[in-house]
Design a protein. Structure first.
Length: 368
């Protein structure tokens, strides 16, 4: 049971159930005052996976919400969820405060907001979507069913050379992009049945350019990869940017991997949120937010140490910015591929012309 804020029956955020993205986040954006918000106790089912309420993405059966607005219980399936940047005005204050919230929408259009613990508000303005691509929520929190983790077998760079992530223990050192060798403070491993909702993202050798990764890299769908590209310099004045792995599936060589019956995920936490080399690609360690902590706890039965790794090592882009970034990378790659193809064709034609010039008798019959 969770206390959520009901903000009404709204147009759907998710208009295409064949994927796990929200095509219409604007459906819930706007300002809501006290007359438009109602605190409601909601019961969430977890029929398919204990501790997780799944939505209906990929046209699969969903779990349900049951709530009462005053006229009797209503039950409806979970359609979508996303995180948004928002401004709130707390009770007894007049100063707006910027926070991140979770928004849940049911198949009947009923829309609910979950605030960070301890917030009581008089006004809410839902702004840009900061994260989507989720397949469900922890029944006791606003977390997604997907949290940052590597698939067992991933090679992590350490001062002693690459080591498989599942062999790394608390106290072992890993090499970070910003702070050199850092000790691992916490790690956990868990296994999940493979299905469209839980399948890892697989990044093929060389899919991110220049032989990166050097071996197929498999991570959870929300795991942020630090993607380097000249495009990032133009868009963000940086060498690269964080992109959730599932958004990279628009690039050649990046797919969801459904082949195995189950997948072993491994979490790794350092004192700070860090970039570490995984199969030759920089990816994040666990960002120890309240959202991540609650889901990790539900999955592993233990809480990561509190008070560390709370500040992102790089800016977290909105979902829209991530899509734009990946789209421009794809366009640039397509242009380069076309140019390379044209160059090969031109070289081949030039070679043929040169050959013909050297052997004119092969192409022209002399008159007697």
């Amino acid at each position: 049971m969770a206390d959520l804020i009901y903000i009404g029956v709204l147009s759907p955020m998710d208009t295409d159930e064949s994927n796990n993205t929200n095509e219409n986040p604007g459906a819930v954006q706007g300002t809501y005052d006290e007359t438009q918000m109602q605190v409601v106790s909601v019961s969430m089912s977890d029929n398919f996976d204990p501790g997780i309420t799944y939505n209906d993405d990929f046209n699969m059966a969903s779990d349900t919400f049951t709530y009462d607005l005053g006229a009797g219980p209503i039950t409806s399936g979970l359609d979508s969820e996303a995180r948004f940047l928002a401004q709130v005005v707390r009770a007894a204050t007049t100063t707006p405060e910027s926070i991140e919230i979770s928004v849940y929408q049911l198949q009947n259009g009923a829309t609910f907001v979950r605030l960070p613990d301890g917030y009581k508000i008089n006004e809410l303005t839902i702004q840009s979507m900061s994260a989507d691509g989720f397949d469900g929520i922890n029944t006791n929190s606003s977390s997604s069913s997907t949290v940052v983790c590597f698939v067992a077998g991933t090679w992590i760079e350490t001062p002693d050379g690459p080591r498989k992530i599942e062999e790394i223990r608390v106290g072992d050192l890993v090499l970070t992009a910003d702070h050199g060798a850092q000790p691992v403070r916490w790690t956990r491993r868990w296994t999940v049945r493979t299905e469209p909702k839980t399948a890892p993202v697989s990044i093929a050798v060389g899919a991110l350019g220049n032989g990166r990764p050097f071996a197929p890299l498999k991570v959870s769908r929300q795991h942020r990869i630090f993607v380097t590209s000249p495009v990032a310099r133009h868009m963000f004045n940086d060498s690269g940017a964080f992109v959730a792995a599932h958004r990279l599936t628009n690039l050649p060589g990046v797919t969801f991997d459904l082949r195995a019956k189950s997948v072993d995920y491994v979490h790794i936490l350092c004192a700070s949120h860090e970039l570490i080399s995984a199969n030759g690609v920089y990816a994040e360690t666990l960002l120890n937010s309240d959202l991540s902590r609650s889901l990790v706890s539900a999955r592993t039965g233990t809480d990561p140490p509190d008070g560390m790794a709370r500040i992102p090592v790089r800016p977290l882009l909105s979902a829209r910015k991530q899509k734009q970034f990946v789209g421009r990378i794809a366009e640039r790659a397509a242009r380069r591929a076309t140019a390379a193809s044209n160059k090969r064709i031109a070289a081949s034609l030039q070679s043929q012309v040169t050959a013909l010039a050297r052997h004119p008798a092969h192409t022209a019959q002399r008159l007697p």
